[in-house]
Design a protein around this ligand. Sequence first.
Ligand SMILES: Nc1ncnc2c1ncn2[C@@H]1O[C@H](COP(=O)(O)OP(=O)(O)O)[C@@H](O)[C@H]1O
Ligand SMILES: [Mg+2]
Length: 332
Amino acid sequence: MTENAIEAHGLVKRYGDKRALDGVDLDVARGAVCALLGPNGAGKTTAVRVLTTLTAPDAGTATVAGHDIARDPVSVRRSLGLAAQDATVDGLLTGHENLTMIGELHHLGRKVARARADELLEQFSLIDARDKLARDFSGGMRRRLDLAATLVARPEILFLDEPTTGLDPRARNDLWDVLDQLVAQGSTILLTTQYLEEADRLADDIVVVDHGRVIARGDSRALKRQVGGDQLHVVVADRADLDAVAEIVERIARTAPTVDAGARSVSAPAEGGVAAIAELAHALTEAEIRVEDLGLSQPTLDDAFLTLTGAPAPAPAPSDVETQTETVEQTR
Ligand SMILES: Nc1ncnc2c1ncn2[C@@H]1O[C@H](COP(=O)(O)OP(=O)(O)O)[C@@H](O)[C@H]1O
Ligand SMILES: [Mg+2]
């Protein structure tokens, strides 16, 4: 048995000329939550499909729960639960029937399967929809039912492929709460997402992928430092104040700000977040500078890609993209 729940080395998956995975390494410790973060087409689903043995890699090796994906796919499958990007529950069955059927497929026996179904419906706040057909569920309810379905057999490791894509903010928050519970129970989770915010909220480790390659990795703090973190920005009413504001911003941000004379704006990375903005507001008031806008903006995935690849997503051809975090740091 290996120490990590998931270990992958040099995974390559080709579709024709296209490398959906182009040498991916991954380590996910037991009990950890790892987010694969990347835009559409980055290779996230392919990575999940390879690790869950739904498709074989062209090169590279991986173990899941200590089992080799090539040599022992049956044990790999037995140790994991997969919530795929497309819903897997049956719309013509009720919530309870769906979960019971899955329990029976896992040989739980009818009575145990029914009890497990009710337990999960309760845990996922779906008990009121117990006897409703799944096709009449809202998007958020359906995702929760999907998630519940993956948990019926109490898998060691959960794979969640874009669990909240397409959900409205409220349904997304509800799902995050459910995932928080799973995390608190010590589940090992590999999830994929296009949202930095989601990776930040849920994951211990974030692996940024693009064009089938890992372009950065780290916890959210490290990653945010790499992508520049929060940005302070000030727009002044009078262009003549720009120099004075640049000085103030530099003092607070402890780094040279970017001045855009045309937009009458000054911006700089802000380590201190909200504290930095309070300090800035105070200093601007003291200096009696008229301000049109003052704010703190968080980096978006686009900002992250811009910083990490030196080009907006989609990034340059894979052969032009450096893979390792060290090179990413050097380019900063
Ligand atoms: N079955 C397939 N046949 C051909 N190309 C595929 C197939 N699956 C994925 N791809 C290609 O591989 C790349 C990665 O896809 P995917 O893993 O689905 O990305 P993501 O899940 O990050 O959006 C994309 O360019 C996609 O078009
Ligand atoms: Mg996908």
